[in-house]
Design a protein around this ligand. Structure first.
Ligand code: THU
Length: 136
């Protein structure tokens, strides 16, 4: 899967964005280490705080299908400045693959970073005392 193809899938996912409140559409495509791709869009709610970002929709869909290692995520918006995942999504993604590539795509171009650059000191499983024997 090329970067271009991943971006194309994120662009397609953006079409399903449910964003009647912000009007801001986001599409994400998450590439797994095994080659599978899971997509997501933002899903807003009249109870605003229940809104879920496109990145976490893609991530949770992937995890629900057994994927836990990711190599890249493409995030597409119509924003002039390419949009990187919000803080909550950075933390959620870092749980699984802190070294994944994050590809932010807007109408004016593409910007790529490593997730670690966006969230240098993530809260991690190792911090949760006694958790390592459970729920792995
Ligand atoms: N949003 C995302 O889906 N991903 C981001 O990285 C930033 C924000 C969504 C949430 C909400 O539906 C809309 O964008 C405006 O905040």
């Amino acid at each position: 899967m090329s970067e271009y193809e991943l971006i194309a899938l994120a662009l397609e996912a953006k079409r399903n964005a449910y964003s009647p409140y912000s009007g801001f559409q986001v599409g994400a495509a998450l590439l797994c280490a095994d080659g599978r791709v899971f997509t997501g869009c933002n899903v807003e709610n009249s109870s605003y705080s229940l809104t879920t970002c496109a990145e976490r929709v893609a991530l949770f869909s992937a995890v629900a299908q057994g994927a836990r290692k990711f190599s890249a995520i493409a995030v597409v918006t119509d924003s002039e400045q390419p949009v990187f995942p919000c803080g909550a999504c950075r933390q959620a993604l870092a749980e699984f693959s802190p070294n994944m590539k994050v590809i932010a795509v807007g109408p004016k171009g593409v910007q790529t970073v490593v997730l670690e650059q966006l969230l240098p000191y993530p809260f991690a499983r190792a911090h949760v005392v006694g958790s390592c024997e459970h729920g792995i």
